[in-house]
Design a protein around this ligand. Structure first.
Ligand code: OGA
Ligand code: MN
Length: 213
């Protein structure tokens, strides 16, 4: 499998072209990382809202599998599903993801039907072991998308998203820095990945484009 360096959305405008480039990379290699996919002000607003919600105590321990059991040895992050009524900046995020959904469908005919997403918070020490995002009992999740909300992430903060990628002879890894504005996308049934233990609070919006069945 071919490996490519992350791209920056500043390099290719307009937005439609960025989304189409993401679709093409998903088709070619199954994953894509775009820095500065979102404006920093919008990411900051999303982070502020996430923290406000966190402080009200409405995040819940994340679960594993379609039967949604908590298994803290596998993952110990906390989540809050995005539900209406949406804030202005959440509407903006969802509109961008809708444009990306349409671009992927135009380019790849994947038949993506909807998008589900949640805020995610990893406390210091939290992680998510190596896994695939598609459930065995529910195969609708087709493309995983994660928007990171963390300013000034340092390598010493840990918490990288580690993608496991097939190569001709075996496997290689690509680590993604969970830096504010970066979007990571990959095929939910193909790309194994894990979140390495973080040393700092790590916030993101994690979502999936789903097919009908
Ligand atoms: C997940 C996941 C990766 C990340 O929530 O399924 O793999 O970088 N998240 O947060
Ligand atoms: Mn995952």
């Amino acid at each position: 499998m071919l490996m490519q360096a992350p791209m920056t959305s500043r390099e290719i405008f307009p937005r439609d072209a960025v989304d189409e480039a993401i679709a093409l990379r998903l088709a070619a290699i199954g994953w894509c990382v775009v820095e500065d996919y979102f404006l920093l002000d919008d990411v900051t607003a999303l982070r502020t809202e996430a923290l406000e919600q966190w402080q009200t105590g409405c995040f819940r321990l994340a679960t594993v599998g379609k039967d949604r059991k908590a298994r803290e040895l596998v993952r110990n992050d906390q989540i809050l599903w995005l539900e209406p009524p949406y804030s202005g900046v959440q509407e903006l995020f969802l509109a961008r993801m809708e444009a990306l959904r349409q671009a992927i469908n135009r380019t790849l005919y994947m038949g993506l039907h909807d998008f589900e997403c949640h805020y995610t918070r990893y406390a210091p020490g939290a992680y998510y072991q190596k896994h695939l995002d598609r459930f065995r009992a529910d195969t609708r999740r087709a493309v995983s998308c994660i928007l990171y909300l963390n300013a000034d992430w340092q390598p010493s903060d840990g918490g990288m998203l580690r993608l496991y990628l097939e190569t001709d002879g075996g496997e290689t890894v690509h680590d993604v820095v969970p830096q504010a504005g970066t979007l990571a996308c990959f095929l939910s049934d193909r790309i194994w990945h894990e979140v390495l233990p973080t040393r700092r609070e790590r916030l993101s919006l994690t979502g999936w484009f789903r097919t009908c069945a």
